[in-house]
Design a protein around this ligand. Structure first.
Ligand SMILES: [Mn+2]
Length: 289
């Protein structure tokens, strides 16, 4: 391994060319409205670099899971663009990937960029539901006057798609709390699920057949992923995250995924590696469960 520096896992040609690959990784290093620590535009490359250290043999699944092919696109030219233009670019790219019958995994970049992926998936799968891991609900109507911001992305999405489930949540403003209550949205608050565990069957009950999974990596504990712009204490553990994802992959059709808000910290690589490993676990769950 380690032969192709810009490819996820550093896979050789046989397993990373576009045509035979079932999975396509889309690096989308968009950063415009980050509010605390900056640097999420470097997130996609840091995860790809870390992925070169991930062992391709999966112990749990008892096999190599890269054999269905994982193609990695060049970084989308989204940086410096408006959020709308950046999302349009990702939308078009995702549409093409779906037309080709492939499975998209997007790497952000700030959460705003997820809107482009969502649009392409929702257009293709009108019954789409969304499983959202995040420390924050991201349901402000706008953030600093901007409806296309990392803090309002789920509000924007929910204007079109109401079937959403949220876990890891441990920070939101009053406006968001009222919105959640008023719309009876299944939000699983971290301070409660720390005690009870995630109610996996109940979560599955809220999801339709075709599921889009959006992971803001700050939904996980900073002990697992410190490399993010707005770290929050608490959060999902590594195995807890894998357990719920596995359950969803087992009983639903996961039509697309993204991992956003990674912000590499110089010389602190274990968070980048954890994210790379979770992505590879998901590829295994998609094709080998
Ligand atoms: Mn967040």
């Amino acid at each position: 391994m380690g032969t192709a520096p810009n490819h996820f896992l550093g896979l050789e040609k046989e397993f990373s060319d576009y045509a035979p690959s079932k999975t396509v990784v889309i690096p989308a290093p968009f950063e415009a409205s980050t509010s605390y620590q900056q640097g999420t535009s470097r997130g996609p490359q840091s995860v790809i670099t870390a992925s070169h250290q991930v062992e391709t043999f999966d112990i749990e699944l008892g096999q190599d899971c890269h054999t269905q092919g994982i193609h990695t696109l060049a970084e989308l030219a989204v940086q410096g663009k408006s959020a709308k233009t950046a999302c349009d670019l990702l939308y078009k790219e995702t549409k093409k990937i779906l037309d080709d019958g492939k499975w998209p995994i997007m790497l952000g970049g700030e959460h705003t960029i997820s809107y482009g992926l969502f649009q392409a998936l929702f257009e293709r799968y009108p019954d789409l539901s969304i499983f959202h891991i995040d420390a924050h609900t991201d349901m402000r109507e706008a953030y600093e006057g901007n409806p296309y911001s990392h803090a309002s992305i789920l509000y924007l999405i929910r204007k079109q798609c109401k079937k959403t489930v949220h876990v890891g949540i441990r920070s939101m403003c009053e406006e968001e709390a009222l919105y959640v209550k008023k719309n009876n949205i299944p939000v699983y608050y971290d301070f409660e699920t720390r005690k009870t565990g995630l109610p996996q069957d109940e979560i599955l009950g809220h999801l339709s057949k075709n599921v889009y999974i959006t992971v803001d990596v700050d939904g996980l504990s900073p002990q697992v992923v410190p490399s993010t712009g707005t770290p929050e204490p608490g959060g999902l553990g590594y195995y807890e995250t894998l357990d719920v994802l596995k359950k969803i992959f087992k009983s639903k059709n996961v039509v697309g995924m993204d991992f956003v808000e990674m912000m590499p910290i110089p010389n602190v690589v274990y968070g980048d590696f954890a994210v790379a490993k979770i992505i590879y676990k998901c590829i295994g769950y998609k094709y080998f469960l």
